[in-house]
Design a protein around this ligand. Structure first.
Ligand code: IMP
Ligand code: MG
Length: 179
């Protein structure tokens, strides 16, 4: 365990096991509807989860990336700036958005609405973690790895000042690391 980590919430094994379950569920749901989603991952945090999850999605999926950030000072209206847009046309496409963690819900809600506005046929959300106690807008992810308490987490893609993304587990930092 990294010396800055206070406790591990979800081990690598637990994340892999849960990713298998989610992948199977996603496969079943889309097969039932006869659809194949375009998997859209939000940079950068969702990359490790994307890589794990897609191994277990038994559909001929393609994936693409988006990078967004909040406009400074406009956080309260959930406005986002697109830093990197999709390279794939999404008219009539079913999209499966991949997130590392849904917190206030503003990012994923705004991205979802933007994609629908651009002509997507449907948008579903899969997130490794969900922090429902922090929600500020009404958004319920379709597929959730694990729910977490109101606690800042790092690892498996999630960062604190860009650090700790490469840890193979999700954990909580020691208090002194936030200073
Ligand atoms: P939202 O718009 O508030 O839902 O923000 C979601 C984004 O905030 C996630 O994609 C993460 O990048 C970041 N985030 C929220 N909570 C955490 C956390 O506990 N650790 C690391 N990043 C977080
Ligand atoms: Mg993020």
């Amino acid at each position: 365990m990294h010396s800055d980590i206070k406790k591990i919430l979800f081990s690598e094994e637990e994340i892999i096991e849960r990713s298998k379950q989610l992948g199977a569920q996603i496969t079943e749901d889309y097969k039932k509807e006869g659809r194949i989603p375009l998997v859209v991952a939000l940079l950068r945090g969702s990359v490790p989860f994307l890589a794990e999850l897609i191994k277990y999605v038994d559909l001929d999926i393609e994936y693409d990336f988006m990078d967004v950030s909040s406009y400074e000072g406009t956080e309260s209206i959930g406005d986002i700036r697109i830093i990197k847009d999709l390279d794939t046309s999404i008219k009539g496409v079913d999209i499966l958005l991949v997130e590392d963690i849904v917190d206030t819900g503003r990012t994923i809600q705004t991205v979802g609405r933007t994609l629908m506005h651009k002509g997507a046929n449907s948008v579903k959300i899969v997130t490794l973690l969900d922090k429902p106690s922090r929600r500020e807008v009404e958004v319920v992810p379709d597929y959730i790895g694990f729910q977490v308490e109101n606690e800042f987490v790092v690892g498996f893609g999630m960062d604190f000042n860009q650090k700790y993304r490469c840890l193979p587990y999700v954990g909580v930092l020691k208090d002194e690391c936030y200073q």
